[in-house]
Design a protein around this ligand. Structure first.
Ligand code: 57M
Length: 357
């Protein structure tokens, strides 16, 4: 909105030109989403308590979680509002990629909402059936993949660290995109099991993708860094900025001991958004590094289930891996902050791939 308003107002004063700059809008999209979260956070927490949208803690989990019973959940609503309003205010709404990203974020949010609604309001502990949940995620990411494919999006994937090495997947790019978006959405959901554990690495990853988006859509920087140039991708820096702001704002309330959980509505949508950002900025494989914490959490479940099925033995005391450390006796804040530290290191390594090629 401000982008268009400024286009009109700059006839009257050159100061309004500043609203055309992506860097300026990305910064203020971040600040706006943060301020929105601070303003609506307390109100949402109060409302969720009144409506009794509160977490029931599973009895087979780590015993330290029992005191978390009754914590308001579905705080992802706040994240979705903060991101969407900020993007609508600061984004250039003629940008096709912004709409693809909004579609995936809100679409995954709807799937998460149905799951949460069944669990929390209808008191059905199983929520949405796994097959229904998974197929809805596949449908959303397939639509996104087709939208990109038919907009003649580059179907080659670039390899970090190897200059000029890329692999054109052609039509196979569609299942690849579906895998990246659905996989990230689920990996973030699995990570969301301790206060601030998912939202910390999410803030850091969105920050890294803000940088990737800016460079990928900037012809000169893309040429200088020898990365794929995607015209229009810079605009996603505004979306990534809104994600950083909304995530920090949510962390304010979700930090240990949490006053609010994000629920599936938050985890699935943020994960979907991160996967889509990775696809459109052509930094899909780098996501394995940037989102290393999410990858390890998901792998711990895959290995645990695989090992149990094949050998009848567990690898971890409990999966996902954060539960393993809890059962080993690590205090919750220690696990959380150490995972954040690892995320920061991984994001720095990922960003170094811009030069190391
Ligand atoms: C969601 N949800 C949290 C909260 C959050 C296949 C299997 C590995 C699936 C996995 C699973 O169900 N994962 C998906 C995990 C839950 O958090 C809610 O869910 C939302 C995210 N979807 O926003 O609303 C609990 O996590 C804790 N929590 C916090 N702080 C937060 O900020 O403390 C969440 C957010 C909350 C709260 O206690 O209630 C969850 O963990 O359930 N299943 C598991 O993770 C289970 N693992 C397991 O069964 N492992 C097995 C096999 C299957 C691999 C094994 O190791 O042998 C564990 N989770 C629980 N109990 N709760 C273990 C048992």
């Amino acid at each position: 909105m401000f982008y268009y308003l400024a286009e009109y107002l700059r006839e009257y004063h050159s100061i309004f030109n500043v609203f055309q700059y992506i860097t300026f809008r990305a910064i203020y999209a971040t600040v706006t989403a943060l301020v929105i979260s601070f303003i609506i956070g307390p109100f949402i927490i109060k409302k969720l308590k009144v409506l009794q949208v509160e977490e029931t803690i599973r009895e087979d989990g780590p015993p330290t979680h029992a005191i978390k019973a009754g914590t308001p959940t579905m705080g992802g609503t706040m994240i979705l509002i903060a991101v969407s309003v900020s993007v609508l205010l600061w984004g250039n709404l003629s940008n096709f990629y912004t709409w693809v990203l909004l579609f995936v974020t809100i679409g995954m949010g709807v799937v998460g909402f149905i799951d949460d609604y069944k669990k929390v309001i209808l008191k059905n502990p199983d929520g949405l059936r796994p097959l229904a949940k998974f197929s809805s995620q596949i449908v959303i990411s397939t639509i996104a993949a087709f939208l990109l494919f038919y907009s003649e999006f580059d179907t080659a994937i670039a390899f970090p660290f190897f200059k000029g090495l890329s692999l054109d997947l052609g039509f196979l790019y569609i299942p690849f995109v579906v895998f990246v978006i659905t996989g990230t959405s689920n990996a973030v959901n699995l990570t969301d099991g301790l206060d601030g554990l998912a939202i910390g690495p999410m803030t850091i990853a969105a920050g890294a993708y803000l940088v990737f988006a800016y460079f990928t859509g900037h012809m000169k920087f893309a040429e200088y860094l020898q990365i794929v140039y995607i015209p229009g991708a810079s605009e996603l820096a505004i979306f990534a900025g809104a994600m950083v702001g909304a995530s920090l704002g949510f962390l304010w309330f979700n930090t240990y001991p949490a006053q609010l959980f994000m629920g599936d509505i938050g985890a699935l949508s943020l994960g979907g958004a991160l996967g889509t950002l990775a696809v459109i900025t052509k930094h899909e494989l780098v996501l394995v590094i940037v989102g290393g914490v999410f990858v390890v959490e998901a792998l711990s479940v895959i290995f645990q289930v695989g090992s149990y099925k094949l050998r009848g033995k567990r690898i971890f005391a409990m999966a996902p891996i954060h539960h393993h450390y809890e059962l080993k006796g690590w205090p919750e804040p220690r696990i959380i902050v150490r995972f954040w530290i690892i995320s920061i290191i991984l994001a720095l390594i990922a960003m170094s791939t811009l030069k190391l090629r």
